[in-house]
Unconditional design. Structure first.
Length: 193
């Protein structure tokens, strides 16, 4: 900020989905977190990926096409515009995991496989927290609201680690099954333009 004028560089403005959900709170995020959401740019990093240990958790991970467990998976994230939303392509080593995101009202919706999850986005100490509020099971054109007590539960946070790096933490649990998958690590997002 200079002389009361806020400068918004083209990279920060090229990520319309999250600023739309967050409103002015978007500008209170760490700059590196905002950069992580830029459209059409590859971000690279390294994540540790772990799975639940139960027989059912291992089967569900395989059936869902979730990333394989790894101590240090090379990660590439690319976000592209798609209609009024975004397509997030995450490569964990050589395995692709794609989700789609859009807004419904003031909530972010993310779809992977047969699940649509709805989140409130919160800015906490310049970090972005995803607070899950609802879930739907999608079977063809049928979309069934599932009580949160029966649905996959996602907890996620993106935290700036200096001007060029973001720390990411994601956990997914299921009722009865427990932990399904967790991943955490860093993404290099590049410095100021």
């Amino acid at each position: 900020m200079s002389g009361g004028v806020r400068f918004r560089d083209p990279i920060e403005m090229n990520s319309e989905l999250y600023p739309r959900v967050l409103g002015e709170s978007w500008w209170t995020l760490a700059e590196s977190v905002r950069r992580a959401h830029a459209i059409g740019r590859d971000r690279r990093g390294c994540f540790r990926v772990s799975h639940g240990t139960s027989w059912l958790a291992r089967r569900l991970v395989r059936w869902s096409g979730l990333p394989r467990a790894a101590g240090a998976a090379k990660v590439r994230l690319r976000i592209d515009s798609e209609g009024s939303g975004q397509r997030w392509e995450r490569h964990f080593d050589d395995q692709l995991f794609t989700t789609k995101q859009w807004t419904e009202g003031s909530r972010l919706v993310e779809r992977f496989g047969v699940w649509e999850l709805r989140f409130d986005l919160r800015v906490e100490d310049e970090a972005l927290r995803y607070v899950q509020r609802a879930a739907r099971l999608c079977l063809g054109t049928l979309r069934l609201r599932v009580p949160l007590a029966w649905a996959p539960w996602v907890s996620a946070k993106e935290t700036g680690d200096g001007p060029e790096r973001v720390l990411v933490t994601v956990t997914v649990t299921l009722p009865v099954v427990g932990s399904l998958i967790a991943y955490d690590g860093y993404l290099d997002v590049g410095g100021p333009a």
